[in-house]
Write a protein that binds this ligand. Structure first.
Ligand code: ZN
Length: 182
């Protein structure tokens, strides 16, 4: 799993620890989150179409300035607490992607785990031909390419799925086929 940074656990941002319980139930935050999702069905990766961090994770500003809760958070962590409640996010745990797509917002592709699990998965999978973790652009380059392909296709009325396929293939110059993970 691509979460090699410490950004999830250390999201202190502007004003102390992230108030996940408040953010997870804030209607304006939920609306802003959902507006940046690209859904493709109940099992497929749901790509983030907003800001992407250097680690390939979706980012957005959550909360409200008037209540002092406004801060930039990691999109899939926010999505996790919206889906499962903030109590499901144990201290010291990260939200991992079983699909290894760092910008994916498909709840079925998330699992809470420990950092050591991420590292173990990374070394087990990164060498696989055509795998997301082997993308020559890195997780951020891959996530940005997929996002931009979706937005460009939507803007021009082109086939979004075809655009995603081209964007993914571009990170794998060897042409090998992506492994099936499930
Ligand atoms: Zn996924």
């Amino acid at each position: 799993m691509t979460d090699q940074t410490t950004e999830q656990e250390t999201e202190m941002s502007e004003h102390g620890p992230v108030p996940w319980a408040e953010l997870a139930t804030d209607p304006a935050t939920i609306e802003r989150y959902q507006a940046k999702l690209h859904h493709r069905g109940p099992d497929a990766c749901a790509y983030w179409t907003g800001a992407i961090s250097s680690s390939g994770h979706g980012k957005l500003r959550a909360g409200s300035r008037s209540s002092g809760s406004s801060r930039v958070v990691t999109a899939h962590v926010l999505g996790y607490v919206i889906a499962h409640g903030s109590a499901a996010l144990s201290e010291g745990h990260v939200v991992r992607h079983v699909c290894d797509e760092s910008s994916c917002q498909q709840p079925a592709h998330w699992i809470a785990g420990e950092r050591v699990d991420n590292i173990r998965d990374y070394y087990a999978r990164a060498h696989r031909a055509g795998h997301a973790l082997g993308d020559v652009r890195g997780p951020d380059g891959r996530a940005v390419a997929i996002r931009d392909a979706i937005l460009a296709a939507q803007a021009t009325g082109a086939d979004v799925e075809a655009a995603i396929a081209v964007a993914i293939a571009a990170g794998n110059p060897s042409g090998s086929v992506q492994d099936t993970l499930f």
